[in-house]
Design a binder for this molecule. Structure first.
Ligand code: ADP
Length: 266
């Protein structure tokens, strides 16, 4: 089984203040996944980020920060607004994927997962296996969930990857984003950033810069932390660039593709 995460920055117009889908990117990605499935049968779970659909409302309502009881009505609406917005992105993604012949079925985190201090602590995954067994592609995305400590919080697509990988034992974990992989500093803002083919420790980073967009869930650092945790448990993952044509296809097909492998080994 393969877990493929498609970053919100590749699916949406990253710097857009309003929610906008990157329609050409989405169509190309759908076709690459379809070509790979046509090539050989594989069990696939797709996770996608929230991009410009999730981060602006989550940030506006400060979802995930402590608040007074009197603020609850406002926070609740913020939760609903964010949940509805990421659901819309997922609808766009599913529309396009189904049009291309991919049998995707959405399993939203907000409908069955809960967190404790922003970490998923409950969420039974048997439906993933049931759908996989029937030949579907389960699809889950960055979302808002109830939190035992903070009432509500945001769960990133990257944390979902970690939780699914931990509990479902995939053969392969691929994260497709908008850069080639991990560098010692943000390659979007530093021309001299050095690329890592293999990444084993946060100490290798020069600066702990998150992301260039309005991400509320940690950007590249958030991603790496989730993946290093998996690496500690012996689950290797690879970050690749979704914006380079055929990269997703190649990664799904086990072909050579530029990217950063996150592992603890040498
Ligand atoms: P996604 O939406 O695909 O999950 P993010 O926007 O959250 O991706 O994170 C990817 C971004 O992280 C890149 O666009 C890049 O600008 C930024 N970034 C910050 N530091 C680094 C780094 N050291 N290496 C690679 N990318 C970095």
């Amino acid at each position: 089984m393969i877990i493929l995460k498609i970053g919100g920055s590749s699916l949406t117009i990253k710097d857009s203040k309003k929610s906008e889908v990157n329609t050409t990117g989405l169509l190309r990605i759908a076709r690459e996944i379809k070509s790979s499935l046509d090539n050989s049968c594989k069990d696939l779970i797709i996770v996608h980020g929230a991009g410009s659909f999730g981060h602006p409302p989550a940030k506006r309502y400060k979802i995930g920060e402590k608040f007074d009881t009197c603020e609850y009505p406002q926070k609740r609406i913020g939760f609903c607004e964010t949940q509805n917005s990421v659901k819309k992105l997922n609808m766009h993604v599913c529309d396009e994927f189904i049009k291309e012949g991919l049998p995707v079925v959405a399993i939203p985190a907000s409908s069955f997962m809960t967190a404790t201090n922003k970490r998923i602590t409950d969420g039974k995954l048997e439906m993933f296996n049931k759908y996989l067994n029937k030949g579907f592609i389960p699809i889950i995305y960055g979302d808002v969930v109830l939190d035992n400590d903070l009432e509500i919080c945001v769960i990133s697509g990257d944390q979902l990857v970690q939780y699914l990988a931990l509990n479902l034992n995939p053969n392969k974990v691929i994260l497709a984003t908008d850069v080639d992989g991990v560098y010692n500093k943000n390659p979007k803002t530093h021309d001299d950033a050095m690329f890592f083919e293999k990444f084993t420790s946060l100490k290798d980073l020069d600066t702990l810069e998150g992301t260039t967009n309005v991400d509320v869930t940690g950007g590249m650092i958030g991603k790496i932390k989730e993946l290093l945790y998996l690496a500690d448990l012996g689950i290797e993952s690879k970050i690749i660039n979704a914006e380079v044509e055929d990269n997703i296809f190649k990664a799904l097909e086990d072909m050579e593709v530029k990217g950063t492998v996150i592992s603890r080994g040498n």
